[in-house]
Design a binder for this molecule. Structure first.
Ligand SMILES: NC(=O)c1ccc[n+]([C@@H]2O[C@H](COP(=O)([O-])OP(=O)(O)OC[C@H]3O[C@@H](n4cnc5c(N)ncnc54)[C@H](OP(=O)(O)O)[C@@H]3O)[C@@H](O)[C@H]2O)c1
Length: 275
């Protein structure tokens, strides 16, 4: 009788030469995932809507020396392509074009897809909510993950070693006032994750649920707003800290590297839900 063989060596090489597309990989959590995967010798493709941010991310990633074996050509190539995900009418076409470019027309298939694109949303009083807003808030949070799931099948290795990782947020589970749209669509992506894990099997599909994390998402806040906000966030975790992209990035790496984790939501939130 054949017995399963556990892998007991080669942990450092698990991402070596792997081909990873990160949508939203030009700042914050996505860029940290790109940096970490690059350190492990992965080939990285970053995408977002702003070409200047893509160029800056590529320059930053190219400076990172891979800690893995440096003897092959596949050691951490970096590419980037713009793709605006916020245009509902062109969404499928834009995404398809991105997958085509990232895989050289489907010839160089992806091992992992990571989705961290997100935009700023403040609180919206329920009384001000209208149906147009509901749709607008759902594009990045709900429509895009479904279309990534649909399109990626033609561009990924069909294997349990392959994975797709989406992003939600603690607001879905523990909303503050005025977050109906965010919480609703955010919870939706966790449902999409489980359904895609079934539809795309054996490709694994997981979702990361970050707590408050200090990223570029907060860069436009004036200091007098930002500092009290950060203090409030820190007081709302068990660790007494806010998250940093390099912390949260570990959960995405884990989802890529553990070829038995599937259809699940992983939290990295400093115990935010316990407060
Ligand atoms: N930071 C937090 O506290 C926190 C907490 C819970 C959940 N999250 C979630 O985690 C994810 C990452 O957040 P982050 O803090 O890392 O944000 P971030 O630093 O602002 O990064 C967001 C990324 O999404 C890209 N993006 C924004 N709009 C886009 C569009 N229309 N088309 C394509 N790409 C677009 C941005 O690049 P361009 O500007 O070039 O498009 C950027 O690369 C988001 O889904 C966010 O909701 C964050």
């Amino acid at each position: 009788m054949a017995t399963a063989q556990a892998q007991t060596t080669g942990y450092r090489e698990k991402l070596f030469g792997k081909h990873i597309l990160i949508l939203g990989g030009t700042s914050g959590i996505g860029l940290a995932v790109a940096e970490a995967a690059r350190e492990f010798g992965a080939t990285i493709v970053v995408s977002s809507s702003n070409p200047r941010k893509i160029d800056a991310a590529i320059r930053k990633l190219e400076e990172i020396q891979s800690g893995a074996d440096t003897t092959t050509d596949d050691n951490g190539r970096v590419q980037g392509f713009p793709c605006n995900l916020d245009d509902l009418d062109r969404l499928e076409g834009n995404l398809k074009l991105l997958f085509e470019k990232a895989t050289d027309g489907g010839r160089d298939k992806l091992d992992h897809v990571v989705y961290t694109a997100g935009n700023k949303v403040g609180s919206i009083p329920l009384a001000d909510t209208n149906t147009k807003m509901i749709t607008e808030h759902g594009i990045l949070r709900f429509y895009v993950p479904i279309m990534i799931g649909k399109l990626s099948q033609n561009y990924m290795h069909n294997s349990p070693q392959s994975s797709m990782t989406f992003t939600s947020g603690v607001n879905n589970v523990k909303p503050v006032p005025g977050r109906v749209l965010m919480a609703g669509w955010g919870a939706g992506v966790e449902g999409i994750t489980r359904a895609l894990a079934v539809d795309l099997r054996p490709i694994r599909v997981n979702c990361i649920c970050p707590g408050p994390t200090r990223t570029e998402l907060f860069d436009d806040f004036p200091d007098e707003v930002l500092q009290p906000l950060l203090k409030k966030y820190m007081a709302s975790t068990m660790t007494g800290t806010i998250g940093y992209p390099e912390d949260i990035a570990e959960t995405y790496l884990y989802c890529m590297r553990d070829s038995f984790v599937d259809g699940t939501v992983i939290h990295s939130s400093g115990g935010y839900l316990l407060a």
